[in-house]
Design a protein around this ligand. Structure first.
Ligand SMILES: Cc1cc2nc3c(=O)[nH]c(=O)nc-3n(C[C@H](O)[C@H](O)[C@H](O)COP(=O)(O)OP(=O)(O)OC[C@H]3O[C@@H](n4cnc5c(N)ncnc54)[C@H](O)[C@@H]3O)c2cc1C
Length: 316
């Protein structure tokens, strides 16, 4: 379908870039405007596909399933930074597996003697792991190839008529100010990136509501270690980074030989419900919101982008 309608997407995190790719590849004229290219929170993600702690459940199931299909296709090309990875999610309590995990390929309970010390239950499955710096570069290249433009700037007013007839708001936490949304709050996360001492499988702990998370996500030459979930924004916390290294090394002793390469910090844009919603204005212009994806923005990205495209087309 070819159209000349002009669409402005605000935000170049995983939500904005994916939405802009879907719109541009559907034949629309798209410009992306963002303060940070790429978005800082998206760059900080681990990232594993998994619809953790986001609502509304029916929509989240639909969005995340669609994204899973897309990530599986992307994983056939290593240049995307997406890889299907086998590994274990484990718990120190006798917890049932999350329902989304039970349908994944290779899903099976682990024998207790295959779990690290201190863990009582665990499940093995295959899931997409996404190397975010590589993946966000891939999305930017794909976006520009589809004819869209990408401009670094701050938008101060969603009603600014120079943004054009259709504006898609993918500003993550920025929507607290731009859309005056008091339902949004930051849950800070911190990761330590280290050299890969030969780890090929992921490991993550179901830590419930604890602010101290444990995840080991191997990418090609690096491993992303996590993490934290603390209700605030903020910069590097060296004590939290040291604790992450200790927790992960206790589970995977090979990490003792790994060298720290970087620290990544971001604030999950958390909301009681993800907001994918069109607002039709009396002057005929439309704002479509697509933000508030909490700790699952990568997981939901393709499903939410497809819904925005359907809303723009008048099909949803
Ligand atoms: C440590 C950590 C680990 C995570 N792990 C996972 C995971 O394993 N799996 C998963 O699915 N999710 C994970 N997440 C969550 C995921 O990273 C977020 O849900 C997602 O990145 C949100 O993307 P976004 O594009 O909506 O926001 P952002 O990445 O924050 O992008 C927002 C964009 O909007 C721009 N912007 C904001 N305000 C304005 C303005 N006024 N004008 C112009 N531009 C503006 C910003 O500059 C930026 O480009 C994790 C998050 C963290 C912090």
């Amino acid at each position: 379908m070819a159209t000349t309608e002009h669409i402005t997407v605000i935000g170049a995190g995983v939500s904005g870039l994916t939405t802009a790719v879907v719109l541009a590849e559907a034949g629309r004229r798209v410009q992306v405007i963002a303060e940070d290219i790429p978005g800082r929170t998206s760059l900080a993600a681990g990232a594993m596909w998994g619809p953790y702690l986001v609502e509304p459940k029916d929509k989240v199931d639909q969005w995340s399933r669609y994204s899973l299909e897309v990530f599986r296709k992307l994983a056939t090309d290593p240049a995307t930074g997406v890889r299907i990875t086998n590994g274990i999610e484990a718990s120190r309590h006798a917890d049932a597996p999350p329902d989304w995990a039970t349908t994944l390929p290779g899903f099976q309970p682990c024998k207790p003697d295959r779990l690290p010390p201190g863990f009582t239950t665990g499940y093995r499955f295959e899931v997409p792991l996404i190397d975010m710096p590589v993946y966000l570069d891939y999305l930017q290249t794909r976006l520009l190839s589809a004819g869209a433009t990408l401009t670094q700037a701050t938008v101060t007013d969603l009603d600014d008529p120079t943004l054009g007839p259709t504006v898609v708001n993918c500003t993550g936490l920025g929507a607290r100010h731009l859309a005056a949304d008091t339902n949004l709050h930051p849950i800070r996360g911190q990761h330590v990136v280290v050299t890969n001492p030969g780890i090929t499988e992921f490991f993550s702990e179901d830590t419930g509501t604890s602010p101290d998370l444990l995840c080991i996500y191997p990418h090609s030459d690096t491993v992303v270690l996590g993490g934290t979930a603390i209700t605030d924004c903020g910069d590097l916390d060296p004590e939290a980074a040291a604790a992450i290294l200790d927790r992960c090394t206790a589970v995977e002793p090979r990490l003792a030989a790994a060298k720290v390469l970087a620290h990544r910090i971001g604030a999950r844009p958390t909301r009681s419900r993800v907001r994918v919603e069109p607002i039709h204005r009396p002057d005929g212009r439309t704002t479509l919101h697509n933000y508030g994806h909490g700790g699952a923005g990568v997981t939901l990205s393709w499903g939410c982008a497809r819904e925005v495209e359907a809303l723009v087309s008048g099909q949803a």
